[in-house]
Design a protein around this ligand. Sequence first.
Ligand code: GH3
Ligand code: MG
Ligand code: MG
Ligand code: MG
Length: 315
Amino acid sequence: MTTPVAKRKILIIDDTPANIQVINQILQDHYRIYFAVSGSDGLNVAQRELPDLILLDIMMPEMDGYEVCAALKSNEATSRIPVIFITAITSIEDEARGLEAGAIDYITKPISPPVLKIRIKNHLELKHYSDKLMLLTKELTLKNQQLEVLARQDSLTGLANRRWFNEAMCDEVRRAQRSGETLSLLMVDLDCFKNYNDHYGHLAGDECLRLVGRTLLASFKRAGDLPVRYGGEEFVVILPNTKATQSLKLAENLRRKVAHLAIPHSCSEVASHVTCSVGVVTAQASESRSADWFTFHADKALYQAKDAGRNRVVS
Ligand code: GH3
Ligand code: MG
Ligand code: MG
Ligand code: MG
């Protein structure tokens, strides 16, 4: 046994009950019919029942069909319901005015039952496909947005990746150039991590990177701060509008937090647990102090931290 398909709803708005009766007789076997005998009543029923299609008379006292149609189209809930004018007015000007008001079709009386039926069927089909298309477009837009986020994220740690960093750093440098505020950049690198991988294996190495990533996320929460997985076991953090003393303090906190994760590292040359070194640069951005300039100097400071024995912050 097949489940019966719910009948589509059609609303007839006409101030002459006899007209409603005629149309109802033609359509009642195929559709669920609702009716209203005035424009304002019709708007209420449309809003409440959200019919699949509306058959609308033009000449009505108080509110005529054009006004009803305009009201339907300007209300978000009813704007996509197809409206067909059914009228005794046969002038070309009126037909044009009806279509301009947003109606999808214009049928003149006397009504031919087979023509009315087929036009309604065609319009409902068109509406069905246009609804489907709209839904698909919405889904695609959402998927695209999700893909865009994914493309800017590092899959292992969930942090921003290099691509996101490049965009964000350029934005921040430009902003800092305009505002005259200082901009800071931290470059963080795990110490003796090759040994860690060699000793504990790559999976353990990945888990360690995840933990450090989480620590970074938890440590830089101010709006605008951006922790990034720069590559391998290297991370950077963009700190907009941050002075030298503050960025040094943040870097030192991070270094301490990573050490406090207390991830055993028996092959480190520095300690018995995983540690990191941090290079810090703080400066006012200018024409010559581009994103690359900041990266170069943070990297240079990091190199000095490594050179001085690792597990430390250098600015
Ligand atoms: P240093 O203290 O001078 O930084 O020494 P290091 O051993 O950390 O530096 P090096 O650049 O020689 O090695 C980095 C290592 O990081 C190499 C590789 O084994 C490891 N690594 C890089 N990316 C990943 C990753 O995605 N997963 C894992 N598990 N290891 C990675
Ligand atoms: Mg009328
Ligand atoms: Mg390293
Ligand atoms: Mg490295």
